[in-house]
Design a protein. Structure first.
Length: 277
């Protein structure tokens, strides 16, 4: 029952923010339940697939996610994950932790500025991008809070693609989830609105996690007695979270997202210097 309830809470938060819920589940399983980190990560990856499945169905029905952006950026993430796996043991992982942690902390500053309204104009309207138009990446969604259809443009496609490639490398090298990086790339670099960014991230995480889960399955790291109740809870929570997210204002989502980015950024930088917290 504890695993089921934890899964529901992780699914709700994960689907709202587009981060998969692994950031909640892995610390809970290791620190609270005393589970070995290898099994905790494996169970979290299964739950990322559950989060993606539950949330994506709802977002597809409501036309919230951008399928073309998801499929295009998933190319970069997948290639990056393969490259990261090949580079495993060659590139110092400490350097990567510091690099990505620094980027997350920079993203925190950027989001705080948006909360204060300093960068709101830039965040709501992107400049015209010829590559985005050729690839038909621009989209629209219906905002239930504002009760209107919102059209948006995508910019800096190469920058977003590069960020996704880097996130894939980090996933392959470090075994970390890249949901935070995906939302950051779409929201901060490509200037997509936060709601479709979170929705699109949910779809992309499931694709990436499916490949990782296969490896963990054949290595025997997935424990059904742990993963099954968590996945059921996450699936239910993700379905609820996808409904809640559409009723939230972007400023509320940012206020939830900023402390998570800050925590992950500080943790990654410290781990890069060999400090474990």
């Amino acid at each position: 029952m504890l695993l089921l309830v934890t899964g529901i809470l992780a699914g709700i938060l994960g689907s709202i923010l587009g981060i998969g819920g692994g950031i909640i589940l892995t610390p809970f399983l290791t620190l609270v339940m005393g589970l070995d980190i290898k099994y905790a990560i494996a169970a979290s990856i299964v739950c990322v697939i559950a989060t993606s499945s539950g949330a994506t169905i709802a977002y597809l029905k409501d036309d919230m996610l951008n399928l073309r952006v998801a499929m295009f950026l998933e190319i970069a993430t997948t290639i990056g994950a393969i490259v990261g796996a090949l580079l495993s043991g060659v590139v110092p992982t400490g350097f990567l932790f510091i690099l990505f942690g620094g980027f997350l902390l920079f993203s925190v500053v950027n989001m705080v500025q948006k909360l204060r309204g300093k960068a709101e104009k830039n965040s709501t309207k992107a400049a015209e991008d010829s590559l985005a138009e050729k690839l038909k990446l621009n989209g629209s969604y219906y905002d239930k809070v504002l009760d209107k259809q919102i059209d948006y443009q995508v910019e800096k496609v190469p920058g977003g693609f590069a960020m996704m490639f880097g996130a894939g490398i980090a996933s392959g090298l470090l075994g970390i989830g890249s949901g935070v990086f995906k939302v950051t790339a779409m929201d901060t670099i490509m200037k997509m609105p936060l709601k479709p960014s979170s929705a699109t991230s949910n779809l992309m995480m499931g694709v990436t996690a499916a490949a990782s889960a296969t490896v963990y399955f054949f290595s025997g790291a997935i424990l059904p007695q742990i993963a099954a109740p968590l996945a059921l809870g996450v699936l239910a929570g993700a379905t609820m979270g996808s409904r809640i997210m559409q009723r939230l204002k972007p400023i509320v989502i940012r206020m939830i997202f900023i402390p998570i980015l800050l925590f992950m950024g500080i943790q990654m930088v410290l781990r890069g210097f060999g400090v474990m917290i």
